[in-house]
Design a binder for this molecule. Structure first.
Ligand code: HEM
Length: 493
């Protein structure tokens, strides 16, 4: 029945808010609309293909697109917040709710284990969530003594590393030095996580020279392994990459051991972790936290630096805010409105996770508005395309927020506030939404806020080029490795 409908090109979706069809092949399109060996390194271009040639379509068809190829389940790609939001809300372990689609993450699961919060669905996910997520959440992390302890160690880590950068720059004798910042950001982020959060004691040299390169190789492998699992293995054998991958896997395991070791002595966040689960039961989640948090926080901070390097006025406004600030407690942070708006705007324009994958477990009705419904057939792969939603003029453009959607303009958040929009009215989904929202939101905001704030306080920075294109894998990052010119601010206290 279904095959016949596919051959006849019948729209598999029903209701009164229908998506429009994307053809498998089309002339002058930026990419084929599915990943294959030649395009999987450019996933954003694959998503671009869904929204090419949509001018003139009505709203539901313009922002909701589907691919339906005989013998395969349908794929729905939506950049429509009115569809994204209810689907995120209706994702969970109750019968009939959307699952997280495991297909785009099976490379991650092979590297971290399937029994993790990120990969699992249903009962297994609910159990993992109860077990491991609370330690990262606001309620635990923002208890005053705990917050002060983490804030202090995080701040010291960031300051120590930035001091070294500053000394290197002074030693070079030039007042302005070009630097590729991404490796420095990754190292600071991993050090905060392993040493400050999990109570490990890894030297900075090991973090920088051993663990960051190994985790970066593993993360890159997770992407390749999702698309080209069978084909890649023999190629890796011939090119010698298998050897490097095995060494990286061992480093990943060693780092997981280090993160877990603090549990016995109640170090770092383990002091507040109460659970009967064995270390072995927590292992997959610790791997996900290490790799996922490193990837997402590096992406988030990297984009913030890339934008701020091109926005001197915003940079100065943040400097004026953080210059008198020594402690980043919730009160101080709450008052750092320029910094917070710049971080919100970074996540909106350049979200770290650029799409959120879901799968319909049964024929599911999505209530788009009180009088509009979209019925998604069982088995459909749903890609919630946050990247394109957030840069769509219809949702975030001048008419709504006072600034073009594809421009970095933190001031738009003030315009939106003045217009009476609340955080729930306009969402950028940078940390997801609903039951599967990011458990690391508070930790991630704290880490990125501290590093960006401390950096702006110490350096003035610029860039030689206009805006930079994204490279996308597990997350998005600036494709130039965050290349900026830094100058020490004088006087520095
Ligand atoms: C600061 C940068 C971060 C960003 C932008 C970010 C973004 C996200 C997003 C968008 C999701 C939702 C995925 C979906 O709905 O499919 C998510 C989920 C998740 N994040 Fe984060 N994240 C960040 C930091 C962290 C940190 C620091 C941790 C842990 C230490 C973490 C662990 C997780 C886990 C385990 C999930 C899966 C939750 C579930 O499915 O129940 N993230 N993250």
């Amino acid at each position: 029945m279904r095959l016949l409908q596919q051959i006849k090109k019948k729209n598999p979706f029903t209701g009164d808010y229908l998506p429009s069809r994307v053809s498998l092949f089309a002339r002058n399109r930026v990419s084929l609309p599915f990943p294959h060996l030649w395009n999987y390194r450019e996933p954003i271009r694959i998503l671009d293909a869904y929204f090419q040639f949509v001018d003139g379509l009505d709203n539901s068809q313009k922002h909701n697109r589907f691919l339906d190829v005989p013998f395969f389940p349908a794929v729905l790609v939506t950049r429509d917040p009115a569809v994204i939001k209810p689907i995120l809300l209706d994702t969970g372990d109750k019968p009939g709710q959307f699952d997280r689609d495991t297909l785009p993450t099976d490379g991650i699961a092979r590297a971290t284990g399937e029994d993790s919060l990120l990969y699992s669905n249903g009962e297994q996910w609910r159990m993992q969530k109860k077990l491991a997520a609370p330690s990262f959440g606001k309620t635990k992390l923002f208890q005053p003594e705990k917050f002060a302890e983490f804030e202090q160690t995080f701040r010291k880590t960031a300051a120590d590393r930035l001091d070294i950068l500053r000394e290197q720059q002074s030693a070079a004798g030039a007042s302005i030095t070009p630097i590729e910042l991404e490796p420095e950001i990754s190292a600071i982020m991993l050090e905060m996580l392993v040493n400050n959060f999990f109570g490990g004691q890894v030297s900075y040299t090991d973090i920088q020279q051993r663990y960051v390169p190994s985790l970066t190789l593993m993360i890159d492998h997770m992407v390749t392994d999702t698309i080209a699992h069978r084909i890649q293995a023999p190629i890796n054998f011939v090119t010698g990459k298998n050897k490097r991958l095995n060494a990286a896997k061992q480093d990943f395991e060693a780092l997981t051991d280090i993160a877990l070791a603090g549990r016995a002595n109640g170090l770092g966040m383990w002091s507040q972790f109460k659970s009967d689960a064995t270390d072995e039961q927590l292992r997959s989640n610790i791997r996900v936290f290490l790799a996922g948090a490193l990837e997402a926080t590096t992406s988030f901070a990297g984009w913030a630096f890339m934008h701020l390097a091109r926005s001197p006025q915003v940079q100065e406004a943040i400097y004026n805010e953080v210059e008198p600030m020594d402690i980043y407690d919730p009160d101080n942070l709450g008052q750092a409105s320029c910094l917070l708006q710049a971080l919100q705007e970074t996540l909106r324009l350049t979200p770290s996770l650029y799409f959120l994958p879901r799968r319909a477990t049964i024929d599911t009705t999505v209530n788009v508005s009180p009088d509009k419904k979209l019925i998604i057939p069982k088995g459909t792969h749903v890609l919630l395309d946050v990247w394109h939603a957030n840069r769509c003029e219809d949702f975030w453009g001048e008419a709504v927020s006072g600034y073009p959607a594809n421009e970095f303009a933190p001031q738009r958040w003030q315009v939106l506030k003045d217009k009476g929009y609340s955080a729930k009215d306009l969402m950028h989904f940078g940390f997801g939404f609903g039951p599967r929202t990011c458990p690391g939101t508070s930790l991630g905001m704290l880490e990125v806020g501290l590093v960006v704030g401390a950096f702006v306080k110490m350096f003035r920075f610029t860039a030689d080029t206009g805006s930079v294109s994204p490279k996308a894998g597990v997350s998005t990052k600036p494709s130039d490795g965050v290349s900026i010119n830094i100058e020490v601010r004088e006087p520095y206290q």
